[in-house]
Design a protein around this ligand. Structure first.
Ligand SMILES: *[C@@H]1O[C@H](CO)[C@@H](O)[C@H](O)[C@H]1NC(C)=O
Ligand SMILES: *[C@@H]1O[C@H](CO)[C@@H](O)[C@H](O)[C@H]1NC(C)=O
Ligand SMILES: *[C@@H]1O[C@H](CO)[C@@H](O)[C@H](O)[C@H]1NC(C)=O
Ligand SMILES: *[C@@H]1O[C@H](CO)[C@@H](O)[C@H](O)[C@H]1NC(C)=O
Ligand SMILES: *[C@@H]1O[C@H](CO)[C@@H](O)[C@H](O)[C@H]1NC(C)=O
Ligand SMILES: *[C@@H]1O[C@H](CO)[C@@H](O)[C@H](O)[C@H]1NC(C)=O
Ligand SMILES: *[C@@H]1O[C@H](CO)[C@@H](O)[C@H](O)[C@H]1NC(C)=O
Ligand SMILES: *[C@@H]1O[C@H](CO)[C@@H](O)[C@H](O)[C@H]1NC(C)=O
Ligand SMILES: *[C@@H]1O[C@H](CO)[C@@H](O)[C@H](O)[C@H]1NC(C)=O
Ligand SMILES: *[C@@H]1O[C@H](CO)[C@@H](O)[C@H](O)[C@H]1NC(C)=O
Ligand SMILES: *[C@@H]1O[C@H](CO)[C@@H](O)[C@H](O)[C@H]1NC(C)=O
Length: 716
C-alpha cells in the first residue's frame, strides 16, 4: 500500500501554486483512471506550439546565465502585455498569478525584464513575439564591453585601456543575454501560433472594465528544464560522478572547430616551429549568438567578415599559385569567439605547445577582418594596438601593414583610415595573439570607435540589416545569382584585403592587377549564409551527408557543443576548399583514402582530399561527384581550460551549456480552482474506495478466486 503517502504529498503541494497542481491532477487522474480520463484532459488542450525557441542555461567559472523551467514545466495564466503600464497587472494587481507574460518585442528590454525577474513569484514565464521587421531604435542583448576579461587589455597590460575605459564598443548592449532568469523565456514567430495565443487571451483572460476575468482561463505551459546548476566547476564535477554510474552528462563545454588553410602546403604531421617558414595570418570569426538558443544570424558580426575573407582567399588562388610570394598566407576562421575567444585562444595555446603546424615564432603579422558590412561613406577603419606600438620595431611593422592596405585600396573607391592613436583594439581574435606575444597586426572594421552594428549579437543582425534583399518575383535560383549592393561593397573590401595580403606576404606589385574578388561568389555566399543554405551552389560543393542538412533558413552561428563540426564550420570548410583548392581527376576511393593514386603515401601530409557531390548533367538526375584537393584543415576550437581541467580559469573560456530533455510549449484552458478542487476530491475519493476494495478483494482472494495460483496480493 505504498501509494498512499504519495497522495497526501500531492494534497500538500497542491496549495503551493498553479504550477504544481495542474501537473499533479494530470498525474493522479492518469495514474488511477488509466487512459479514459487522460484523453479527456488532453481534449482541453488548445494547441501545441510548433516553433518555439527557448533561452537556455549557460555556465562559466563563476555564474550561471539564461533561463529554465521547473522539471514539470511552468504553467501560468496568459497575459498579453500591451504596454509598460500594463505591467502592474502582472506584478501586483492581477488576481490569478502566476502569469505567463506574452511580450511584444518592443517591450523586451532591460527595465521590463528586470521587473519581471524581480517578482518571479508572480511570473511563470515569458514569451517574446519576434517581429517581422527589425526595431528601428536598435537592440543588443549583449554586454557593452564584449569579452571584457579575456582580451589583451587588463590591469597588467594597460589599466587605462582595460574594461572599455577608452571606448565602449557596444553602447546599445543591455546585458540581457548575461542575466539569469528562473523562469522559462521562449521566442515565437509572429504567425499562427501567436494568433492562437492572442485569440485565447482575448476570449478568456481580458479583464473587461477593470473587473477580474472569469474561469475558465487561458493558460500556457512551457517546458525547458535545465540539468546543470551553479557554475562550470560544479557541473563538470557532476559529469564525472554521473559518468561512473551512467553516461548521463549535465553540461558540455562550448566548442567546435576552427577552419584553416595555407597558400603553400604545410606538412601537417610535423608540428611546431620551422626555421624557414614565415606566415601572414588572415583571420575572421565564425560565430555569433543571440538571447535565444538556436537563432544567431550574425550577419554583420560574423558573416560580413568571414565572407569577405573567403572572397579574398578566392581572389588570391591564382596569384599565389602562379607567382607565390615568399611568405605563406594562413587563412584562419575562428569558432566560439563570442564566448571569451574559444577558437583563437585554443590556436594560440596549440602554437605555444607545438601542437600546430606553425608556432608563434613563425607568425610574421596578423590581418583580421572584423565587421565590415555597414561601411559608411566608403571608409574602412584599420584598428591596431597602441600598447605594442610603443615598441618602435613593432610600430614600423604595423605602419608597413597599414601602408600595404592603403596602396591596395588605391583606385578602389574606398579610403582606409586609422582611428586615434590612443584607441585600443576592438574585441578581436588578434587580442589573443597579443596576449601571448607582441605581433604586428591590424583589424579591419567598418566603425571608427563604437560599433556601427546596432544589433550586435541579437536575432536582428540578419540579412535585412545588411540590405541583402532581392527584387520581387525572383526564383530562389535567380536570387542566388543576383548581385546586391552589399555584395559589391564586400567584394571591393575583399579585393583590398587580398591585395594587401599579397604584398604583405612579399608578393610583387605587378601581380596586383590580377587579384580581384568575384562579386558573383560573394553574392552567392551572402545568399547561402544569410537567406538559404539549401541552394544549388552549396549542394554542389558539399558531400551528400552534409547536403541533406542544408535548410531553407539562414544559418545559425551559435557555437554549440557538437563533437562533429557544426553546419557553419562544415560549410566554410567546403567553401574554402572549393575557392582555394583544385579538382583532381581521381577515383572516389583514392579521394577518401587521402591519396592521388595507389602508391601515393606523401600527399596526405600536405593536402586534404574531399569528395563532393557536384552537379547533375542537364539530362540526368544523378550528380557527378568529384574530388577536391586543398590545404583546408580543421583544428579543435575547445577551450584549453577543459583539457587542463581548470574550470575556474581566468585566462581561458570556461563556458558550458546545460543539457535538457524537453523543450515544448502548449496552450490550454484551466478550470476554476473550485472545479479543480472538486476533480481532485472526486479523484481521491475514488482512489480511496478502490484501495479499500483492493484490500478487501486481496485479503479475501483465496475465497473469491479459489485456485492453485499465488495469492494476488503479491502483485501489490
Ligand atoms: C561569468 O559570467 C558572468 C556573467 O556574464 C560574469 O559577470 C563573470 O565575470 C564571468 N566570470 C568569469 C570568470 O569570467
Ligand atoms: C496559418 O493558417 C492559415 C489558415 O489557417 C494557413 O493557410 C497557413 O498555412 C498557416 N500558416 C502556417 C505557417 O502554419
Ligand atoms: C502544429 O503542428 C501540428 C502537426 O504538425 C499541426 O497539426 C498544428 O496545426 C500546428 N499548429 C499550429 C498552430 O500551426
Ligand atoms: C464595460 O463597460 C461598458 C460601458 O460602461 C459597457 O457597455 C460594457 O457592456 C461593459 N462590458 C462588460 C463586459 O461588462
Ligand atoms: C540599406 O538601405 C537603406 C535604404 O535604402 C540605406 O539607407 C542604408 O544606408 C543601406 N545600408 C547599407 C549598409 O547599405
Ligand atoms: C620590440 O620588439 C622586438 C620584436 O618583438 C623585440 O625584439 C625588442 O626587444 C622590443 N623592444 C623593446 C624596447 O621592447
Ligand atoms: C533542399 O532543396 C531541394 C531542392 O533543391 C529539395 O529537394 C530538398 O528537399 C531541400 N531540403 C531541405 C532540407 O529542405
Ligand atoms: C567549385 O564549385 C564550382 C561550382 O560548383 C565548380 O564548378 C568548381 O569546379 C569547383 N572548384 C573546385 C576547386 O572544387
Ligand atoms: C580522368 O581520368 C580518366 C582516366 O584516368 C581519363 O579517361 C579522363 O579523360 C580524365 N578526365 C579528365 C577531365 O581529365
Ligand atoms: C611530412 O612529415 C612526416 C613526418 O615528419 C614525414 O614522414 C613525411 O615524409 C613528410 N612529408 C612530406 C611530403 O614532406
Ligand atoms: C545528354 O544530352 C547530351 C546532349 O544533349 C547527349 O549528348 C548525351 O548523350 C545525353 N546523355 C544521356 C545520358 O542521355
Amino acid at each position: 500500500m505504498s501509494t498512499l503517502p504519495v497522495v497526501f504529498f500531492a494534497f500538500q503541494t497542491r496549495k503551493m501554486d498553479l504550477r504544481s497542481n495542474k501537473w499533479i491532477i494530470n498525474f493522479i487522474v492518469c495514474l488511477f483512471f488509466m487512459g479514459a480520463s487522460c484523453s479527456s484532459v488532453e481534449k482541453k488542450i488548445y494547441v501545441h506550439l510548433n516553433y518555439t525557441i527557448p533561452c537556455v542555461r549557460l555556465l562559466n567559472a563563476t555564474h550561471q546565465i539564461g533561463c529554465q523551467s521547473s522539471l514539470s514545466g511552468d504553467v501560468g495564466v496568459l497575459h498579453v502585455l500591451e504596454s509598460e503600464e500594463n505591467l502592474d497587472w502582472v506584478l501586483r494587481s492581477g488576481p490569478n498569478p502566476p502569469y505567463m507574460v506574452i511580450l511584444e518585442s518592443w517591450l523586451f528590454n532591460r527595465p521590463v525584464m528586470i521587473k519581471l525577474k524581480e517578482s518571479s513569484r508572480r511570473v511563470a514565464g515569458v514569451v517574446v513575439v519576434a517581429p517581422s521587421t527589425n526595431p528601428a531604435e536598435g537592440f543588443s542583448p549583449h554586454t557593452k564591453c564584449p569579452n571584457e576579461n579575456t582580451g589583451v587589455y587588463s590591469e597588467s597590460y594597460d589599466p587605462v585601456l582595460a574594461h572599455c575605459n577608452e571606448t565602449v564598443w557596444n553602447p546599445l548592449g543591455n546585458g540581457l543575454s548575461y542575466e539569469e532568469f528562473d523562469f522559462p523565456i521562449f521566442s515565437l514567430k509572429d504567425d499562427n501560433d501567436t494568433q492562437i495565443i492572442r485569440q485565447c487571451y482575448m476570449e478568456h483572460n481580458r479583464a473587461a472594465n477593470g473587473s477580474s476575468p472569469r474561469y475558465p482561463l487561458c493558460a500556457m505551459q512551457l517546458y525547458s528544464h535545465m540539468s546543470a546548476v551553479t557554475d562550470t566547476a560544479t557541473c563538470m564535477r557532476r559529469n564525472d560522478i554521473n559518468f561512473s554510474i551512467s553516461p548521463e552528462m549535465v553540461c558540455d563545454p562550448l566548442g567546435d572547430y576552427n577552419v584553416w588553410a595555407s597558400t603553400r602546403p604545410l606538412n601537417t604531421t610535423t608540428k611546431g616551429h620551422k626555421m624557414w617558414e614565415k606566415v601572414v595570418i588572415a583571420a575572421a570569426r565564425l560565430d555569433s549568438r543571440s538571447f535565444f538558443f538556436d537563432i544567431a544570424p550574425g550577419a554583420e558580426s560574423a558573416a560580413s567578415g568571414f565572407i569577405t575573407l573567403l572572397g579574398a582567399a578566392h581572389a588570391l588562388r591564382n596569384a599565389t599559385q602562379e607567382a607565390p610570394p615568399n611568405r605563406t598566407i594562413l587563412y584562419t576562421f575562428f569558432q566560439g569567439e563570442t564566448f571569451d575567444y574559444i577558437g583563437s585562444s585554443r590556436l594560440v595555446y596549440d602554437m605555444e605547445n607545438n601542437e600546430f603546424v606553425v608556432d608563434l615564432d613563425n607568425v610574421d603579422s596578423v590581418l583580421e577582418v572584423g565587421q565590415v558590412g555597414r561601411l559608411n561613406n566608403s571608409r574602412i577603419w584599420l584598428h591596431s594596438d597602441p600598447v605594442s606600438r610603443r615598441n618602435s620595431s613593432i610600430d614600423d611593422e604595423v605602419n608597413k601593414l597599414v601602408n600595404n592596405l592603403r596602396s591596395a585600396s588605391a583606385g578602389s573607391g574606398f579610403s582606409v583610415e586609422e582611428p586615434g592613436v590612443s584607441q585600443p583594439l576592438p574585441p578581436s581574435s588578434f587580442q589573443r595573439f597579443l596576449r601571448a606575444r607582441q605581433i604586428p597586426g591590424v583589424v579591419i572594421e567598418d566603425h571608427q570607435s563604437a560599433f556601427a552594428n546596432r544589433y550586435y549579437e541579437s536575432m536582428f543582425d540578419n540579412a535585412e540589416y545588411l540590405n541583402v534583399s532581392y527584387p520581387p518575383n525572383l526564383t530562389p535560383e535567380e536570387q542566388l545569382e543576383f548581385v546586391t549592393d552589399t555584395a559589391k561593397a564586400l567584394t571591393e573590401v575583399a579585393t583590398i584585403v587580398a591585395r594587401a595580403l599579397y604584398i604583405q606576404a612579399g608578393g610583387a606589385d605587378t601581380q596586383l592587377r590580377n587579384i580581384n574578388a568575384d562579386p558573383q561568389i560573394v553574392s552567392q555566399m551572402l545568399y547561402g549564409f544569410l537567406v538559404r543554405s539549401n541552394n544549388s551552389w552549396f549542394q554542389q560543393l558539399v558531400p551528400a551527408d552534409l547536403a541533406s542538412h542544408l535548410t531553407d533558413r539562414p544559418t545559425n552561428f551559435y557555437v554549440g557543443v557538437t563533437q562533429q563540426p557544426s553546419e557553419p564550420t562544415s560549410l566554410v570548410q567546403y567553401l574554402l576548399a572549393n575557392l582555394t583548392g583544385s579538382t583532381m581527376n581521381i577515383t572516389q576511393d583514392d579521394c577518401q583514402n587521402q591519396r592521388e593514386n595507389e602508391s601515393d603515401k606523401d600527399s596526405k601530409h600536405l593536402y586534404n582530399y574531399r569528395w563532393v557531390q557536384g552537379a547533375a548533367p542537364p539530362n540526368s538526375t544523378n550528380r557527378q561527384g568529384y574530388c577536391v584537393r586543398s590545404t583546408v584543415h580543421l583544428s579543435k576550437a575547445l577551450s584549453p581550460a577543459f583539457d587542463l581541467r581548470e574550470y575556474t580559469s581566468k585566462d581561458y573560456s570556461t563556458w558550458t551549456e546545460s543539457r535538457w530533455k524537453t523543450i515544448k510549449g502548449r496552450v490550454f484552458l484551466v478550470a476554476s480552482h473550485e472545479l479543480e478542487m472538486l476533480t481532485l476530491g472526486v479523484g481521491v475519493g475514488v482512489l480511496l474506495t478502490s484501495l479499500l476494495l483492493t484490500y478487501i478483494i486481496s485479503s479475501k482472494a483465496d475465497i473469491l478466486f479459489s485456485s492453485g495460483r499465488e495469492p494476488t496480493n503479491a502483485t501489490y
